[in-house]
Write a protein that binds this ligand. Structure first.
Ligand SMILES: [Zn+2]
Length: 149
């Protein structure tokens, strides 16, 4: 995704983010953007998208994402940061003094959960079904609800 007008939210995603924040979680974005490395779009495009996400969150009375970690490399670059590497996550945890035991890496792909595992935090997959051993939920809201005590 490289265009602001292509941003779409699942109906209950913002509600899920709101619930996570009410539960005291800080939100981070950890993203592979190999389209940059492949020359499909620029890092500037990615920043524009992230800025829009921040604006959208504020518009919905949410706290903005605390930080973003971007891997702009293509798989051929053999970089250290590209998920499923845990490096982007460990860097964020170090920078913001995040407790790994109280954190989750949530994504819709196996590599997201694997990146969490590689960073020493619990990986969660959001999709309709999965054959992996990671815990999965059908929606982000379902996951957020599972954290309520
Ligand atoms: Zn990278």
């Amino acid at each position: 995704m490289s265009r602001v007008e292509d941003i779409e939210y699942f109906s209950d995603t913002l509600k899920a983010l709101q619930l996570l924040q009410q539960l005291g979680y800080e939100l981070f974005v950890v993203t592979n953007q190999s389209g940059v490395g492949r020359g499909y779009f620029s890092l500037e495009n990615v920043y524009v998208i992230h800025k829009q996400l921040q604006n959208d969150l504020r518009e919905f009375k949410l706290t903005a994402f605390k930080d973003f970690a971007i891997c702009p490399h293509s798989p051929d670059d053999a970089c250290e940061c590209r998920k499923p590497s845990g490096k982007m996550i460990t860097d964020l945890m170090e920078k913001h003094h995040i407790n790994p035991d109280l954190s989750y890496m949530v994504g819709d792909k196996l590599i997201d959960a694997e990146a969490g595992m590689n960073a020493g935090i619990q990986g969660i997959i959001i999709r309709q079904s999965t054959t992996s051993d990671f815990p999965f939920f059908k929606t982000l809201l379902e996951f957020a609800n599972s954290l309520k005590k």
